[in-house]
Structures are given as structure tokens and as C-alpha cells.
Design a binder for this molecule. Structure first.
Ligand code: SAM
Length: 200
């Protein structure tokens, strides 16, 4: 199986995120993104011209060894006019990687990305995350971020009525120590597909 077949097989399993990334890119005019813990989800590069991926898993490193094939595929299928720019670091995303600040961080099922890589985000930049591992909850509780929207499963971005999120059916406080120790988002009454935060 070549790397593109591997990517297509992966996308068939996790679902195509291109529409999610496109929706956020169009709304917030994202040109440059960082995707720590990406594994081989390169769909962001189909809609965002400059994406840096970081992942320390052996299989991901092997995948990105085929960077020329990946770039060829993206250039043939991308939705923007310029050549794609794709970088990959086969490292722990907590490491001190030299990256120019980005317009958007992508955090999908890969731990506390919004915390660990906040330093790479421009002021006014976007954190797109889900709460699978509690990353959205940590951003919600983090004074450095403003909670500005959610993305529904049809990829529609909602920016009104946000006060109903991060609330439990029976009112109680969020136990952040539990989120940190279990690396799992709490079960809130409303659980959108993704959350959007803006760095202050
Ligand atoms: C469950 S997969 C999710 C992959 C992708 N984000 C997705 O949603 O399809 C988690 C990925 O995060 C990577 N990861 C987790 N912690 C990491 C860290 N500290 N540094 C780099 N990569 C990490 C793993 O190697 C793995 O590829």
C-alpha cells in the first residue's frame, strides 16, 4: 500500500475532515496551521495552503518520509491556487520546535494540544479542538483563550448561545484534576463535534 492509499484508508475510517477544516478556514481566513498529533490526517492541507504537522508515532514518521508523494497528491487535489507548503516534525509536540506563529492550531484526539502548543499560535489565532481528551475543557478554563464558537456535525459554525456548552445536566463544577488525570472530556449536556477558541 502506498502512502496515499494509506491516507485514503485512514480517512474512510475516521471520516473526511476536509469539510470541517474548510468551514473554519473560510470563516477565519486561515492561511497557516499547525496540527500536533495529526497522525496521517493530511486533509487540512487540501484547504489550507501552509500546514505543519507534528507527530512522534513511528508509523506517522514513515508516512511523512514520502513527503514528495504527499505534496503531489495535495497539489493535485487542493482547493487554493498556490503550491501547498507542508512541513513535518517527527517529534513530541511538547518539544521546543522552531515554528513561525500560525493562524490556527488543530487538536483532534491527541491530548492537550491547545495547552502544549499555544506558544505557536498568533494572538487572535484559532484553536480548533474537540473534547475527546479534554482539550476543549482546558481551553474553556484557560484565561488565555476566549470561547467563540462550536462546529456542529454538519460543519456549521455556531457563535451564538454558547453559554449552554460546558454545562452538566445536573449543575456542578468541572473537575479539572479529573480531566488532567484521565485525559478525557467530561460528559456535558451538549457535546458539539468541535469547539473554537481564540487566543487573546
Ligand atoms: C488518536 S491519534 C489521532 C490522530 C489524528 N489527530 C486524528 O484525529 O485522526 C493521536 C495521535 O497523536 C499523536 N500524539 C499523541 N501525543 C503526542 C505527543 N506528545 N507528541 C506528538 N504526537 C503525539 C500520536 O502519535 C497519534 O498519532
Amino acid at each position: 500500500m502506498n502512502c496515499i492509499e494509506e491516507y485514503e484508508k485512514y480517512i474512510a475510517k475516521i471520516g473526511d475532515r476536509k469539510s470541517l477544516y474548510r468551514s473554519v478556514e473560510r470563516t477565519f481566513k486561515v492561511k497557516k496551521a499547525l496540527y500536533p498529533g495529526s497522525h496521517i490526517d493530511i486533509s487540512a492541507s487540501l484547504v489550507i495552503p501552509n500546514v505543519t504537522y507534528i507527530d512522534n508515532y513511528k508509523g506517522t514518521i514513515q508516512f511523512f518520509n514520502h513527503i514528495n508523494e504527499i505534496k503531489n497528491y495535495i497539489n493535485l487535489n487542493k482547493e487554493y491556487p498556490e503550491e501547498c507548503s507542508i512541513d513535518f516534525f517527527g517529534l513530541d509536540y511538547n518539544a521546543n520546535v522552531q515554528i513561525k506563529k500560525v493562524d490556527m492550531l488543530i487538536s483532534q484526539f491527541a491530548g492537550f494540544v491547545g495547552q502544549a502548543t499555544k506558544k505557536h499560535l498568533k494572538k487572535g489565532g484559532i484553536l480548533l479542538c474537540n473534547d475527546s481528551h479534554g482539550d476543549a475543557t482546558l481551553a474553556y478554563l484557560d484565561d488565555d483563550y476566549d470561547f467563540i464558537g462550536v462546529v456542529e456535525s454538519n460543519n456549521a459554525i455556531i457563535t451564538n448561545g454558547l453559554e449552554k456548552y460546558f454545562k452538566f445536566t445536573k449543575e456542578r463544577q468541572i473537575d479539572v484534576s479529573l480531566v488532567l488525570s484521565k485525559m478525557k472530556g467530561p460528559r456535558y449536556k451538549y457535546q458539539p463535534y468541535n469547539y473554537i477558541f481564540m487566543l487573546k
